[in-house]
Design a protein around this ligand. Structure first.
Ligand code: ADP
Ligand code: MG
Length: 200
């Protein structure tokens, strides 16, 4: 049976996923960036989780918008505004009520792409978001999103970065997984079972 999304459970699952993988994200970002991605995200998701009860009292669109504001205030780094843009655009698309879940997700991914001035294959978190958008088109239940996201993050390994700090390394960025791609995959894996069968 369909049920509403448990906002608090989603927030706490995302916070937990980031908190338990800080070292991994730090190591990935140390290899091709400046090593702060795990700490940046932990600060942001801890701040969102602090407000989990208040967020859970809101409707989904308002909760996404409030979480976005919280993230942009606390994450810092290039990834903060990108994560925040994603949640804000999801919120706006839900509120507008246009189309199905794949359309809503597409709108949010496009907003991140505009904000980052980047596209597919640039070895960023967008590679995972675009792969998930494709998967949602084929299967709007999203049942395969954890696997799709994990694979898309791995698929960034051979890529040469053309955006973000990793781009400074040029060809030497190849051979490492993009930290932002990995964090998006980790969060997806952690929250997706809370979204399965739910309706916005
Ligand atoms: P910073 O690079 O400022 O230290 P973080 O380490 O928190 O910020 O985040 C790095 C991640 O942000 C990268 O792994 C990449 O996925 C993502 N990123 C950086 N710049 C862009 C961009 N222009 N477009 C999309 N994603 C980007
Ligand atoms: Mg960094």
């Amino acid at each position: 049976m369909e049920h509403a999304i448990d906002i608090k459970a989603v927030v706490l699952a995302a916070r937990e996923a980031v908190a338990t993988h800080v070292d991994e994200l730090t190591a990935l970002d140390a290899a091709i960036g400046d090593g702060d991605h795990g700490v940046n995200l932990k600060r942001g998701f801890d701040a969102v989780a602090e407000e989990a009860d208040q967020l859970a009292a809101l409707n989904l669109a308002d909760a996404l918008s409030a979480a976005s504001t919280r993230l942009v205030m606390h994450v810092g780094g290039a990834s903060g505004p990108l994560f925040a843009t994603f949640l804000k655009a999801l919120s706006g698309a839900l509120q507008a009520g246009r189309g199905g879940i794949a359309d809503v997700f597409d709108e949010a991914v496009d907003a991140v792409a505009r904000r980052g001035r980047s596209g597919r294959g640039e070895k960023t978190l967008l590679d995972v978001l675009f792969a998930m958008a494709d998967a949602l088109r084929l299967d709007p239940t999203g049942s395969d999103l954890p696997q799709v996201a994990a694979q898309a993050a791995r698929d960034t390994i051979p890529l040469v970065a053309t955006k973000g700090r990793a781009a400074y390394l040029g060809p030497r960025s190849a051979g490492h997984m993009d930290p932002g791609a990995r964090s998006v995959a980790l969060i997806t894996i952690a929250v997706s079972h809370h979204l399965a069968g739910a309706r916005p």
